[in-house]
Design a protein around this ligand. Structure first.
Ligand code: PMP
Length: 360
């Protein structure tokens, strides 16, 4: 039996694409082999790879002057690659918004490569909100501003991308395609794919060509964005299975109205959970600023730690799994990514209402 999986990533994938992958698992498109066995230099693979990358461009609306790259290693790998590529000139600095765990870790990794500073710190506010534009400090030498569009653990999201005259680098790991990307303001957009798109194992990266063309310095090929762009992300053996599943997911999302459809469905799912929270007379609490509430990661608390563990125990027994908040913050969190059905969110909402009635 399949459960309602609210895990923060890896996360639920739609049953139709899992079944499709299962049906062709032993023989991919008449090749006589599984997708897992095919050479990445075969025409079977090349076709699939090209299609997945062009679906990523189409699905996200990325303009033609962006390169679309797939890079093994996930978003944490990008925390290293971004400063390695963009801070090669020792006079340049990386500006980072410390908006939660992920912004903090991106900044920490950048500091291991070069000069990176905190352009706004949300820690004193308990990571409960995103900064106002006027609070962000762009200092001299800033080569880029790094932003986390949605903080997966804190459950907050940026509303507008900050246009401050420096190239914008955006980690969209946990809300990719859950709303349109403001491409005109962005220069490098990236995310681990294991939330809205595919199984774990790689990052999808969009990079403005002018930024790419101006990279300086020498890096081992695996770290160098120029190598991925020059080789169509097949310089070495690419992460075949995530690319294959991403293609399937993007096709499905296209048939469901693309980013507009997903944005509406995500807002709807989030709306029904936040409504239960807001109408619970304080039994459930959302710890974040209502303006910046995430639509993909709904974080909530119950009156006591005991009530929270009882809630997690009973919800799990009812087939609603993955609701435990991140171990660093505790509480509860419902992740509402693309693969999660509206019915799953509705079942959670009704479970929450029943649980409150029985326990308050
Ligand atoms: N950024 C964000 C916003 C994330 O949510 C995560 C993972 N939860 C990461 C970065 C790290 O991603 P990965 O596990 O792919 O390295």
């Amino acid at each position: 039996m399949r459960v309602d999986n609210f895990g923060a990533g890896p996360c639920t994938l739609p049953l139709p694409i899992l079944e499709e992958a299962q049906a062709e698992f032993l023989d991919f498109e008449g090749s006589g082999m599984s997708i897992l066995e095919l050479s990445h230099r075969s025409s079977f693979y090349e076709r699939m790879h090209e299609e997945a990358l062009s679906l990523a461009r189409e699905g996200s609306g990325a303009p033609e002057d962006f390169e679309v790259l797939v890079i093994a290693g996930g978003a944490t790998m990008q925390f290293a690659m971004i400063p390695a590529n963009l801070l090669a000139d020792p006079a340049s600095r990386g500006a980072y918004l410390r908006t939660g765990t992920w912004g903090r870790l991106a900044l920490a990794d950048a500091g291991r490569w070069g000069d990176a500073y905190c352009a706004w710190d949300g820690e004193p506010h308990g990571y409960r909100r995103m900064p106002e534009l006027s609070e962000i400090r762009i200092e001299s030498g800033a080569r880029y501003l790094h932003v986390t569009s949605n903080e997966t653990i804190g459950g907050i999201r940026m509303l507008e991308m900050p246009a401050l005259g420096v190239p914008l680098v955006v980690d969209v790991s946990s809300d990719f395609l859950a709303r349109p990307i403001q491409w005109e303001l962005c220069d490098l957009v990236y995310g681990g794919v294991q939330k809205n798109l595919a199984p774990a194992g790689m990052a999808l990266v969009f990079m403005r060509r002018s930024l790419l063309d101006n990279l300086v310095g020498t890096l081992p090929r695996f770290f160098d964005y120029r190598w991925y762009a020059a080789k169509g992300s097949t310089g070495n053996t690419p992460p075949v299975f995530p690319i294959y599943m991403m293609g399937k997911m993007l096709k499905l999302l296209r048939s469901l109205g693309g980013v507009t459809g997903l944005e509406q469905r995500t807002a709807h799912k989030a709306g029904i959970i936040y409504d239960v929270i807001d109408q619970s007379d304080g039994y459930y609490r959302s710890p974040v600023d209502p303006r910046h509430r995430s639509h993909t990661n709904v974080v909530f608390r119950l009156p006591t730690p005991e009530a929270e563990s009882q809630f997690l125990k009973e919800s799990n027994a009812a087939g609603l799994v993955g609701l435990k908040g991140h171990r660093s913050v505790g509480g509860c969190r419902a992740s509402l990514y693309a693969g999660l059905q509206l019915e799953s969110a509705a079942r959670l909402a009704s479970f929450m209402s029943d649980f409150r009635e029985t326990n308050s």
